[in-house]
Design a protein around this ligand. Structure first.
Ligand code: NAP
Ligand code: HSE
Length: 426
């Protein structure tokens, strides 16, 4: 491999890890790093000058590869566009930009004859993207599902294993460098939604608009949900999935109760765990660090090395981008989904309440699998119900009807339960 000159945008958690790994690569020269604040004390000995003027990276003719690790939609998007316009190859960890603007950027890159590498944008250090793009190329993929956010998995694991409060666990995830600059992106499921858009493009050749992804985060999950889940043989996980259903894609992220016997339930801390189903290979499971400085840097520097080697190939850009299409997909409506549910109600403790809930459920084709009632400190009771598989639209209708009943004080929780995929399930 000949000497390749790089420029970088951003020197935060991930950028610092990239610099650390690049010092071990003798054919790769990092020439300049653009940051927001050049006076900040850095956690690393700088191998090259830093600047607050991105043009010093974007306009330098000697720089062949721009590594974008600043994050966020803007100004990252403009900088990537400018770099591609100057025929520079891109290595990025930015799922937001790719999810929102992927078709346009890949088209621009194709026209300019440059490549965009993005292994770090999904599942951190787990080589999921290259596995789908290359290793599973012979397959028709029907489903990619799993735990795709390290921060939320870390929070849920800390709440369950150490009894930590949500806010404390989140603070720790931020300190450890797992969380996005705005952690709402992690906690409310936006980060997973972006990753699912990218995975849909890779698995099915169609992009999904982030706004079309059904999204629920974990901010409503309470320690009591986690304890009840455990009592019934489950663990609460934030699960993202993209599945092919006819000519539509079913793409969603929401919390789920995952059976303790399922591999995803044992993916803990900041790890990610992903199940990919292909018609030839069957189901594969990938588990590993989904966030953090060095795992993410591993993915980025892997991309840089692959890209630098590929620069020797005559038609490398098309070789590396053949799995990316620029079409948009339609998504399946949530009303058709079928899965079991965990529900927690706060009710008045009076005769006939359980009977009325059962009657309304029966009228909406909902069959109860387990039920638990506990008295509470205040007058009233807490009722936890696990249902058999039910249509999303039936559950919505039943909950709508229950909401009007005088005995119902609050629908405290409504969480789907994970079942292995079957037609229309989960
Ligand atoms: P970070 O720690 O917040 O670092 C962001 C860096 O970008 C900082 O160095 C900052 O400069 C620089 N920056 C921000 N805005 C800028 C601007 N307008 N002009 C120039 N520089 C600017 O973020 P991170 O955790 O490293 O994440 C970077 C990217 O990697 C994001 O896209 C994220 O989603 C992705 N990612 C992160 C992880 C992870 O575990 N952290 C894992 C996978 C993917 P200053 O240092 O001067 O403030
Ligand atoms: N904030 C992200 C996470 C970083 O926690 O998974 C990795 O994409």
């Amino acid at each position: 491999m000949g000497r390749v000159v790089l420029g970088m945008l951003g020197l935060g958690t991930v950028g610092t890890g990239v610099v650390r790994l690049l010092t071990q690569q003798k054919n790769l020269t990092l020439k300049k790093i653009a940051v927001r604040d050049s006076t900040k004390v850095r956690d690393i000995e700088l191998p090259c000058p830093i600047t607050t003027d991105p043009a010093e990276v974007l306009e330098d003719p000697e720089i062949e590869i721009v590594v974008e690790v600043m994050g966020g939609e803007q100004p990252a998007l403009d900088y990537i566009r400018r770099a591609i316009d100057r025929r520079k190859h891109i290595v990025t960890a930015n799922k937001e930009v790719l999810a929102k603007h992927g078709p346009e950027l890949f088209e621009q890159a194709r026209k300019k004859g440059v490549a965009i590498f993005f292994e770090a944008s999904v599942a951190g250090g787990v080589p999921l993207i290259s596995t789908i793009q290359k290793g599973l190329e012979a397959n028709e993929i029907s489903s990619v599902a799993g735990i795709l956010n390290g921060t939320t998995n870390f929070i849920l694991s800390s709440m369950e294993e150490k009894g930590e409060a949500f806010a404390d666990a989140l603070k720790q995830a931020q300190t450890l460098g797992f969380a996005e600059a705005d952690p709402t992106n992690d906690v409310e499921g936006f980060d997973v939604a972006y990753k699912l858009c990218i995975l849909s493009a890779l698995a099915y050749g169609r992009f999904v608009k982030p706004t079309s992804v059904f999204r629920q985060g974990i901010s409503q999950i309470t320690p009591s949900d986690i304890a009840h889940a455990r009592e019934f043989g489950y663990r609460v996980k934030l699960v993202g999935s993209t599945r092919a259903t006819g000519d539509k894609l079913d793409v969603r992220v929401h919390p789920m109760l995952v059976p303790l016997t399922h591999p995803l339930s044992n993916v803990s801390g900041s790890h990610n765990g992903i199940l990919v189903t292909g018609h030839a290979v069957g189901e594969i499971v990938m588990v590993g660090p989904g966030a953090g400085q060095m795992p993410t840097a591993s993915a980025i520097v892997g991309d840089i090395i692959n890209l630098s080697s590929a620069l020797q190939l005559p038609d490398f850009a098309s070789y590396f981008q053949n799995a990316i299409e620029t079409e948009w997909a339609d998504t399946a409506p949530p009303g058709d989904w079928v899965c079991p549910y965990y529900l927690k109600f706060s009710v008045s403790d009076s005769p006939g309440v359980i009977g009325q809930i059962g009657t309304i459920f029966g009228e909406h084709n909902i069959s109860i699998q387990s039920i638990l009632q506990r008295g509470t400190a205040e007058p009233g009771a807490s009722v936890v119900i696990l249902t058999h598989a039910v249509r999303n639209s039936d559950m919505d209708a039943a909950l709508g009807e229950l909401t009007g009943k005088p005995f119902l004080k609050e629908l405290a929780s409504c969480i789907r339960i994970y079942e292995p995929p079957r037609d229309g399930a989960n």
